[in-house]
Design a binder for this molecule. Structure first.
Ligand code: ADP
Length: 476
């Protein structure tokens, strides 16, 4: 400020001195004092013009917005220019930082597994993430500033949006939903700011399916348990109220024991399934020798045959071909349970005088195959995809009569998957079925002195051209 005052006075002094000098050197009829005064005024005016021009330069620089270069370096206006530049720079940095923060925030919303959509006070889309775009079939660029009500035409959503009562969640079909592959969305709007709305959507198809499966499962279990319980209660009442002779009494007790056994098998299978679902994957340090596994299966199979036809000729011809001499790495109890279920099914569903072949062998690519083939009734192709569902039965009465629970193949599939393998079913109605569990090479440990692979099994296991095949490597 001092320099500004100093320069103003200096200009006036210089003007005054110049006026005096001019007046004293040229002899005009006006006094020297008048010359000095005129010089002072002129000096002040020149200073004022120069100052105004500097101020105009500063204004132009500010209007231009190009803060890269400094408009003025000296004087009061120079200082104003430097300070303004610093202020603008600070604001620019703040804005940039806010922009980065906003971008980070939007990126986080973009990564959200839920759909996020922001609406302005007029219901127009301000921003949406990819998930919301997929849920509602919108384009994140093209549909910006479009009215959401014009783009999402579902009647349920239209009335939810129009009613402005957003206290509850709306369940609606997703854009990709088809009768074969329904997609269900949970949608809710949340008011915020001045009339703005935040829409959150999530895909609840899997949750709804799981809930439906849980409901079906509970209903099925209740039904399966209620039937033998009703029969048991009926016999208990008979024993309590009717005077029965010894023969009738022992027949009643025998039937009661059968029903109790049925409930026991059901509870056992349910426990096995829940253990399979809840326990960690089988270890890769434990295992069982394939020949030992086959011996145990043979022992159990022959015992079952004997129970089914006590005292007489065996019902079926039971053949065991143990062609694999390595170990299967995994949980021995699970492996025995899965393969035992296949052998038991073959024995139970094959009519008398059938032939059942149980075979273990090494495949050329070092995978291990356990197959159980029978000459039973076979299974029609339409049943194959559902065969491993819990409680799904093709022949309901045969399953019940022979003590089936409807859970056997569900257990087999689970065990195969837990060991990284799969279940393959080949079946020809009227001719028979082949159930195979294939374990990956990583689950097979061969003895050191064994050739890499044994000869392929005889052609008996080759599927019939008329047969249907279903493989289960992934599951519900
Ligand atoms: P279940 O305890 O009823 O045998 P599973 O899950 O083991 O239940 O089998 C499901 C259904 O598949 C059975 O009810 C039966 O109808 C059919 N099934 C299984 N194995 C055979 C087989 N070897 N031959 C014919 N049908 C079979």
């Amino acid at each position: 400020m001092f320099w500004r005052f100093f320069s103003f006075i200096s200009f006036q002094l210089l003007g005054g001195v110049t006026g005096w000098y001019v007046m004293s050197s040229i002899h005009l009829p006006i006094t020297e004092l008048t010359g000095v005064l005129a010089g002072v005024v002129l000096g002040g005016a020149v200073w004022f013009l120069m100052d105004t021009s500097r101020c105009a330069r500063l204004l132009h620089w500010l209007r231009d917005g190009n803060t890269a270069e400094i408009a003025l370096r000296t004087g009061l206006w120079g200082e104003v220019s430097t300070r303004a530049r610093r202020l603008i720079r600070a604001r620019e940095n703040e804005t940039q930082e806010s922009q980065h923060r906003l971008q980070d925030f939007l990126s986080a919303l973009q990564a959200s597994p839920n759909g996020v959509l922001l609406l302005d006070a007029n219901g127009q889309i301000e921003w949406l993430n990819q998930t919301a775009a997929a849920h509602f079939g919108l384009d994140p660029q093209r549909d910006l500033m479009q009215h959401l009500g014009n783009l999402v035409r579902d009647p349920g959503f239209a009335s939810y949006f129009a009613n402005h009562d957003f206290r509850h969640v709306l369940i609606m079909p997703g854009r990709e939903s088809t009768p074969a592959r329904p997609v269900r969305l949970s949608v809710q709007l949340y008011p915020y700011g001045e009339g703005r709305l935040l829409l959150l959507s999530s895909d609840i198809t899997a949750v709804e399916q799981a809930e439906a499966m849980r409901r079906d499962f509970v209903a099925n279990v209740s039904h399966e348990i209620r039937t033998p319980l009703t029969v048991l209660a009926g016999f208990v009442e008979t024993l309590q109220t009717l005077p029965l002779d010894d023969e009738e009494r022992s027949r009643c007790l025998g039937l009661m024991a059968q029903q109790a056994e049925r409930m026991q098998s059901l509870v056992n299978d349910l426990l096995v399934l829940s253990r399979l679902e809840g326990s960690p994957l089988p270890s890769d340090t434990e295992g069982i020798a394939a020949p030992a596994l086959m011996r145990q299966l043979e022992q159990d199979g022959r015992a079952l045959l004997a129970v089914m036809n006590p005292g007489a000729e065996p019902l079926h011809q039971l053949v065991f071909e143990s062609l694999l001499s390595g170990d299967i790495v995994g949980a021995p109890s699970e492996l025995l349970s899965a393969l035992g279920n296949l052998v038991s099914n073959a024995i139970r569903y094959t009519p008398p005088a059938g032939r059942i072949v149980v075979r273990s062998r090494l495949l050329p690519d070092d995978r291990a195959e356990f197959s159980v083939s029978d000459t039973g009734p076979g299974i029609a192709p339409e049943h194959l995809p559902r065969l491993t569902e819990r409680f799904y039965r093709v022949d309901r009465s045969r399953s019940r009569d022979t003590g089936g629970t409807g859970l056997g193949l569900a257990i087999v599939k689970h065990v195969a998957q837990r060991h990284g393998g799969g279940l393959i079913i080949d079946s020809t109605p009227g001719k028979g079925s082949v159930f195979k569990i294939i374990f990956p090479a990583s689950r097979v440990r061969l003895p050191k002195d064994l050739p890499a692979s044994l000869p392929a099994a005889p052609a008996a296991s080759a599927p019939d051209p008329a047969s249907s095949r279903w493989s289960q490597t992934t599951g519900s």
